[in-house]
Design a protein around this ligand. Structure first.
Ligand SMILES: [Zn+2]
Length: 233
């Protein structure tokens, strides 16, 4: 075991080490140098296959350069998705501003309804005092109205904050897209950028021996692609 550690410190920690796994048996994929001289390349293989043989798992053999190409393609796609989402939020803001009178009208309606419910609650409270035998029934009526008031208050704050929340989201997404643009403008994604972006790489081998590579990005990037809510507008 101590040997393994020393080897790693010695500089054989590969680009995808620790994050790349076999999607079929769950083992890690281990990296090996292959080839000679100028043709040397790093190849990843399922550790179960490597250590225990083909009865345990298929090879899942993939070159590091292939992974680099896959991750770059994925990042372009991710960036485009983020940019699109950012534009959608901008549109929500624009729509909100255009329809502002409508939203204000709606807020007014909600407020009037809340006032009415509060008046009713006052009346019910009075009745509960004079008709103690049915106190439970009155309490139930009050609870129902209080619940409705809370819902209306939430809707009011949603109406008021929709533009604020949407423009915040839009600018967050824009800066994430800019960061990705910067990373993708480099000739090669650096190891540290790769680790910042990618949480996990899963390699699945199909029956025809082709491979499917799935990248799971770190939270901030994965979550940056959020579901937007168009219906509110
Ligand atoms: Zn495997």
């Amino acid at each position: 075991m101590a040997n393994t550690c020393r080897t790693k410190i010695g500089g054989t920690l590969h680009r995808y080490s620790g994050m790349i796994k076999c999607a079929d048996c769950g083992a890690i994929l281990i990296a090996k140098w292959r080839g000679k001289g100028d043709d040397r390349y790093v190849e990843y293989t399922c550790n179960s296959h490597h250590r225990y043989g083909k009865q345990y798992c298929t090879p899942h053999r993939i070159h590091e350069s292939q992974l680099d190409k896959c991750v770059t393609d994925e990042l372009y796609r991710l960036r485009d998705r983020i940019k699109e989402d950012s534009k959608r939020y901008e549109r929500i803001v624009r729509e909100w501003q255009k329809n502002k009178p409508r939203f204000e009208q709606r807020i007014q309606q909600y407020t009037q309804r809340i006032d009415l419910l509060q008046e009713q609650i006052q009346q019910i409270l009075m009745e509960r005092i004079t008709d103690k035998a049915h106190a439970d029934m009155y309490s139930e009526m009050i609870k129902k109205r209080e619940g409705e008031i809370k819902k209306l208050q939430n809707r009011i704050s949603e109406c008021r904050r929709l533009d604020e929340v949407s423009s915040q989201k839009s600018s967050q997404l824009r800066s994430t897209a800019e960061l990705l643009d910067e990373i993708l403008s480099q000739p090669k994604i650096s190891d540290s950028d790769l680790r910042m972006l990618v949480q996990k790489v899963l390699v699945h081998q199909n029956e025809d021996k082709s491979l499917d590579v799935q990248f799971i990005f770190n939270g901030a990037f994965e979550q940056s692609v959020t579901k937007y809510d168009d219906e509110q507008v």
